[in-house]
Each structure stands twice: as C-alpha cells, then as structure tokens.
Design a protein around this ligand. Structure first.
Ligand code: FES
Length: 185
C-alpha cells in the first residue's frame, strides 16, 4: 500500500514538473472542423489524438460545442448525440449521458464520459486535451479507501504512512485538477 501510494505520488510529481517545464507553450491542439460546417444540433466524429477511438463533437447552440469519447462507459457500445434533448444515447442498454457534462443520467452506465477540451478560434474548433478528472477522483478515492481498510483491519504499521502519502496525493491532485480546469476554460 505505501509502495503504491508512493508510485502514485511520484507519477503526479513527474506530471506537474513536466507541465511546469512546459509553461508558456500552448497545449497541443488539433483542428477538428470549421464552425460553419457544423449546424446547430449537428455532430461530427473525429480522432484525437490520431488513431485513438472515435470521439464525437456536438454543436449545442451557436456558441457552444462539446466533445466526448464516443464509447459508452458501460460496455463500450457507440453513443449517439441527441442535441435537442441535451443528451447522448446508448441504444445497447438504453443508457443516457448528459450532453453538457458527460455524466450518466439513466440506464446501466455509472462512469462519466471522458471529455475533450475544446477551443474555438479563427472560425475553427480545436481539440486541446482530454479531461480525465474522473480517473483522478477514482484513484484518489481508492487510495483513501485502501488506507481506511488497512486501519480497520488492524494493520497498525500501514495507516499512518499511507494516510500521509494520501494527503500529499490530495494536494497534488488539487493542483492537477486546477491545471486541467485551466485547459478547459
Ligand atoms: S453499453 Fe451502453 S448502456 Fe450498456
């Protein structure tokens, strides 16, 4: 457990240091489409990064675009946008996701969709990154849960160091989330 926590922490340090060193550089961006080519309510499939599973771009209104992975988080069936209802539909088991947030609304899916961060400039829509907050939160929760289990199981040597590393992870995750939020806005 402490080893896992330490590896987790080291990974975050590496991520933050790398991004600190990259400060001042624009995040990698990829043009997806011309704004004029997608009508309000329309959608487009694209790959980002190249050769990754398909993602879907949806134009919600004149100003707003959203993009997500196109695979359902239940059993990876394909999702179909329903822009008027502000949702994405998975016909496999009637799963629904909120179009504005990617959160599951109904059916078997429990995990939100990974969101592609977007930027609109010079008449084009650009993908600028993948928002993986869900993964971070799940890992953080797992870390705390494992620490608690060790404590309740009576393993006295584990809880204190694991809890300390978990707190460090929490601080690092807060910085990471702030960075990701900055990418999206
Ligand atoms: S695969 Fe999408 S709801 Fe089951």
């Amino acid at each position: 457990m402490p080893l896992t926590s330490s590896a987790f922490t080291a990974g975050h340090f590496w991520f933050l240091v790398r991004n600190f060193l990259r400060q001042g550089q624009a995040p990698p961006a990829q043009e997806i489409a011309r704004v004029a080519d997608i009508p309000v309510g329309g959608s487009l499939l694209f790959e980002y990064p190249a050769r990754s599973p398909a993602r879907v771009l949806v134009r919600v209104d004149e100003e707003t675009f959203v993009a997500y992975e196109q695979q359902c988080t239940h059993l990876l069936f394909l999702l179909f946008p329903q822009a008027e209802q502000r949702q994405l539909h998975c016909p496999c088991h009637q799963g629904y996701f909120d179009l504005m947030t990617g959160r599951p609304l109904a059916g078997p899916p429990r995990r939100p969709l990974a969101r592609v961060t977007l930027e609109v400039r010079d008449g084009s829509v650009y993908a600028t990154g993948i928002l993986c907050i869900v993964i971070i939160i799940v890992l953080q929760l797992w870390l705390f849960t494992a620490t608690m289990n060790a404590y309740l199981g009576g393993d006295v040597a584990v809880p204190l160091p694991a809890a300390l590393v978990s707190l460090v992870c929490l601080g690092l995750n807060a910085g990471l989330l702030r960075y990701l939020y900055g990418l999206e806005h």
